[in-house]
Write a protein that binds this ligand. Structure first.
Ligand code: ADP
Ligand code: MG
Length: 611
């Protein structure tokens, strides 16, 4: 077990495995086992590719073996056309498969969940149909003959074996690299909550395109080698859903969303299938195989819903942590506020500067059917201020945030940010311009760790930055600094899904700070958290504001708002009722009538304020 848990142990184990597989055909002349391993490699490569699209990114595909077929046909046709070995044109198979994946991504760019599963299956059927009917190019249903291997029979199927072993090693390396990169963290963020991901600067369209291409390219190359190996391409065998289902099953058995899960699953599944075939063979072999896979799929879902590797890792982690206490909340709450992290992009406002307001809403209206949630709303957020937006429940405060950050388009009116119109920009573009927001109910990526949740955020577009490591280096260091600042430094490696409500709010604050935003919108930051934490939050906001950070805060805790914010904007039924200093707002008769009531000053005195 220790070999599995230490880094060097794992490396040695992997190296030993590769050496063993590389030596196998030389040491053992059995063509039977050689072929079994070849099929295992193919399955492992398909499962591994599937895992990038479906395991990490969460777009479950049932058509992944289409990329095997596309790669095989591309190489077969090119080899015939140019009279070269399919090995030479295998990379071309990878390229066509990647382009097909890109097309799939484009067609399904607004499709999620079950709809995507169906489209992926349709893609498989459709590709088969095209191949069957494009007779002049593909030979149609009578099939396509691959060139005959020219090497000496004494080396058996070695070239296929080693080519596929190489592609398998590359598949693992590609997955491992993606999993550690900022791209990979973004993919998991998309899987957990795609809309939220778009709001923290994950370029979802680009991320998905890259992931889809990565998940197809090596499968396409493996298809070229596999097609050469079986020597005859026939559309009904190449585009059969059974191989796709096998790949899904292998990845789920070993653990989707892990580097090694699909490989482990394939190495268990393919030999098992061979055995059932040879033991229970005969005319019904195909049907028996399907029953076998169906039963196994059911068993995996029931017994190992997350797959072998995640569940074994979880088990080991629990055993290691038995007896050790987890970091406690009390220490966090009592600790001093650390020094404010350097705000990298905030421009401090010099006294006497005449600048346009940072945020300016003029006549903004949003209708949902017959309901007008925000009605001709006009107000401004001055540079460097802590502004507040208050009002009764349902008065449209969250909707204003959704209009400013681009979740919804405005029905009428204009939104300007630092003087520029932003109401036409998409969600991620507005993040890059400098708008960041937290949610009334915090939305973290539950399967990522606390630190990864923060590293997932990027305040500007940086293509090469996607390749950067998300687990070490400057990104991770910045995330750590911000988490320490909000008081969550003890929880870096905790799963976000395991945090309490108040802790989630703090992590979400660190997440938006990672964006280096000009403006931070906080939606009810105090709701549902304890008074100590509220005091802490007020100090954090004040410290950040003193360093130049502008805020717009929606909050019902009046002592919090009145002690912190200036100006205060009061919203009622989607319209601005009053704007002014906290004192003016507390004294305003219309505001008292609509929202605060007569006794709010008394309530403030009783809770003692937040200063
Ligand atoms: P607040 O945050 O001030 O409590 P909201 O902005 O959430 O209020 O909601 C304002 C009004 O808009 C409510 O009546 C709410 O039901 C409605 N509303 C908000 N979002 C939607 C939506 N996506 N579809 C339909 N109605 C909505
Ligand atoms: Mg709200």
């Amino acid at each position: 077990m220790s070999a599995l848990t230490s880094r060097n142990g794992r490396r040695a184990l992997i190296a030993a495995g590769v050496v063993l597989l590389a030596a196998f055909p030389v040491l053992n002349g059995s063509i039977y086992y050689q072929n079994m391993l070849i099929l295992t490699f193919v399955l492992a490569i398909v499962a591994s590719g599937w895992n990038i699209m479906s395991g990490y990114t969460g777009y479950v595909s049932l058509g992944h073996c289409a990329f095997i077929g596309i790669g095989a046909y591309t190489a077969g046709i090119a080899a015939q056309h140019w009279g070269v070995s399919p090995f030479v044109v295998a990379p071309l198979g990878g390229v066509t498969a990647a382009l097909a994946a890109l097309l799939l991504g484009f067609v399904t760019r607004r499709t999620r969940g079950a709809a995507f599963v169906i489209v992926s299956f349709a893609m498989l059927e459709l590709t088969g149909l095209v191949i069957r009917n494009w007779k002049s190019l593909t030979g149609g249903s009578s099939g396509l003959l691959m060139p005959v291997p020219t090497w000496d029979v004494s080396i058996q199927d070695w070239p296929f074996y080693y080519a596929l072993l190489l592609l398998l090693v590359l598949s693992v390396a590609l997955t491992a690299w993606i999993a550690r990169s900022k791209l990979g963290i973004g993919l998991v963020a998309i899987r957990d909550d795609e809309d939220k991901a778009a709001g923290i600067g994950v370029t979802t369209g680009l991320h998905k395109s890259l992931a889809f291409m990565a998940s197809a390219v090596l499968v396409g190359m493996a298809g070229a080698v596999y097609g050469y190996y079986i020597s005859f391409l026939d559309p009904s065998a190449m585009f059969d859903i059974v191989l796709s289902v096998e790949a899904v099953l292998a990845a789920m058995l070993g653990g989707r969303g892990t580097v090694w899960g699909p490989i482990l699953g394939a190495f268990i599944l393919e030999p098992l299938a061979e055995v059932t075939d040879s033991q229970l063979g005969g005319v019904n072999a195909g049907a028996i195989r399907l029953i076998f896979f169906g039963g196994l799929l059911l068993a995996v879902v029931l017994v190992l819903p997350r797959g072998i590797i995640p569940q074994a890792t979880e088990f080991l982690r629990r055993r290691r942590q038995r007896g050790k206490t987890s970091p406690v909340g009390a220490r966090l709450l009592d600790s001093e506020i650390p020094a404010t992290p350097v705000l990298r992009h905030v421009r401090p406002v010099a006294a006497g500067d005449v600048e346009p307001p940072l945020l300016e809403l003029s006549g903004v209206t949003r209708r949902f059917g017959a309901l007008t949630a925000v009605d001709d709303c006009t107000f401004q957020v001055p540079q460097g201020s802590i502004s507040a937006l208050i009002g009764p429940n349902g008065s449209g405060k969250t909707t204003v945030f959704n209009l400013v950050d681009g979740t919804y388009p405005v029905s009428a009116g204009q939104i300007r940010f630092a003087g520029q119109r932003i109401d036409g920009l998409g969600r991620t573009r507005r993040t890059f311009v400098g708008v960041a927001r937290t949610y009334q109910l915090p939305r973290l990526f539950e399967s990522l760790t606390v630190q990864q949740n923060v590293t997932a955020a990027s305040g500007r577009f940086h293509l090469a930055g996607l390749a950067r490591s998300a687990v070490s280096g400057t990104e991770a260091a910045r995330a750590r600094e911000l988490l320490e600042f909000v008081g969550m430094g003890n929880y870096l490696d905790a799963r976000a899904g395991a945090l309490s409500y108040g802790q989630r709010k703090l992590v979400e604050l660190a997440q938006v700070l990672m964006l280096d935003p000009q403006l931070i919108l906080l939606d009810e930051p105090c709701a549902g958290i304890n008074p100590t934490l509220i005091r802490r939050l007020a100090s954090l906001i004040r410290a950040l504001n003193e360093a130049g950070q502008t805020f717009l805060i929606v909050e019902h805790d009046m002592s919090f708002v009145l002690s912190l914010a200036d100006p205060v904007v009061v919203l009622a039924r989607g319209t601005v009722l009053a704007t002014g200093t906290p004192d003016a707002i507390s004294a305003d008769a219309a505001v008292k009538e609509a929202y605060l009531g007569e006794d709010h000053v008394l309530t403030q005195a009783m809770t003692g304020g937040t200063t």
